[in-house]
Design a protein around this ligand. Structure first.
Ligand SMILES: [Fe+2]
Length: 366
């Protein structure tokens, strides 16, 4: 048994004769042995040094071998245990094995019987230690991966927030450039886009889609960048040719915003279709009813309501109730009737948006 020299064995037995016999047998087979005549003595030795295995008698004065084995399993889990007893009692043997002891040898025993039990116990101990080490390694790897994953998610969320903010900032500046040129009502975009999000929310759309609709709708008139000054700032009515030039802001907006990102696709749709009317009398394509994309129908209501209730260089504002009446009258003609109902039914929220985003120059009280 060439490997045996590495192993330190604790032999616990209250019988001097048994101690002497076991010690000489095991030392002859290469084990390093420490004898203990009681459980108390064994506990002391276990405090002082590590053992690969403990052979414990069951019946001893004072603390029993079963109690000592429980202590070893709890406090010294790297020490394997084998019980040695004169009691040929399967009940006790089962209790001992259930506790976690590796073997139960009945006295008197053949020398080989004890040696085989010890060799088996040591092998099993080695396998269990390897299993435990592998399990711990695996648990640590899982913990490390989980932590890495959590950090990655936090970083991604931060990046996403930054990207969203950057995107919104860029859009705001683009819209601001168009607003400054048009010298339009300063709060129009803020209110109109929030009315759009309000209708989207009343349709039951998810928050992300409502927010997308809000952001996309801020760019609905971006095409006016391409409208000539003499048309954009003309105080009176338009000739048919001038009207056509003005109406081109929808097509120009579509061209500016056409892209593959979802935000641009929705923005392009809104820019292109926010002047379509439900009865087909709108522009640029004269689309009818549900052929007009939903976002375009939403934007038409939001844009018309805010335009009516806001003072512009060429017109006065009308009170909110009057604007709602005008829109109701034109319900089946200009606007999607279901969407208009959702909007008018949310008038308390509409008024809250008006209060939150007033123009620098106040419009008449609602
Ligand atoms: Fe427009």
């Amino acid at each position: 048994m060439p490997e045996a020299k590495k192993f330190r064995l604790l032999i616990v037995d209250d019988t001097e004769e048994a101690l002497v016999f076991l010690r000489s047998l095991l030392e002859m087979n290469g084990y390093i042995c420490a004898p203990a005549a009681s459980a108390a003595e064994a506990r002391e030795l276990l405090q002082q040094q590590a053992f690969e295995l403990a052979l414990c008698d069951v019946n001893m004065p004072g603390e029993s071998g079963l109690s000592l084995v429980r202590h070893i399993l709890a406090k010294h889990p790297d020490t394997a245990t084998i019980m040695v007893s004169a009691m040929d009692d399967t009940g006790i043997a089962n209790v001992a094995l259930e506790q976690g002891t590796y073997g139960y040898v009945i006295k008197p025993f053949e020398p080989n019987e004890i040696l085989i039990n010890i060799a088996n116990a040591l092998r099993r101990r080695k396998l269990e230690q390897e299993n435990r080490a592998n399990r711990e390694k695996l648990e640590q790897a899982v913990l490390a991966r989980t932590s890495e994953l959590r950090e990655t998610i936090v970083r991604l969320e931060q990046t996403e927030r930054t990207l969203r903010q950057t995107q919104e900032d860029v859009i705001q500046r683009l819209v601001m450039a168009e607003e400054l040129r048009e010298k339009g009502a300063p709060g129009h975009i803020q209110r109109m886009s929030r009315y759009c999000a309000l209708i989207a929310a009343r349709l039951g759309w998810a928050n992300d889609r409502c927010e997308l609709t809000r952001l996309a709708s801020t760019m609905h008139d971006i095409g006016k960048i391409g409208t000539p000054d003499e048309i954009l700032f003309k105080p009176g009515g338009f000739t048919p040719d001038e009207s056509r030039l003005m109406q081109q802001h929808t097509e120009i907006g579509r061209r500016i915003l056409t892209g593959s990102a979802e935000l641009l696709m929705v923005a392009s749709t809104i820019a292109w279709t926010h002047h379509e009317q439900f009865d087909g009398s709108g522009y640029p394509r004269g689309l009818v009813g549900e052929a007009i994309p939903l976002e375009g129908r939403i934007a038409a209501i939001a844009d018309a309501f805010d335009s009516m209730t806001t003072k512009r260089v060429y017109k006065q504002a009308i009170p909110v109730e009057q604007a709602a009446d005008v829109m109701r009258l034109g319900r089946a003609r200009h606007f999607d009737p279901q969407l208009l109902k959702l909007f008018i039914d949310s008038m308390d929220k509409v008024l809250a948006i008006r209060r939150q985003y007033p123009d620098a120059e106040r419009t008449p009280a609602s």
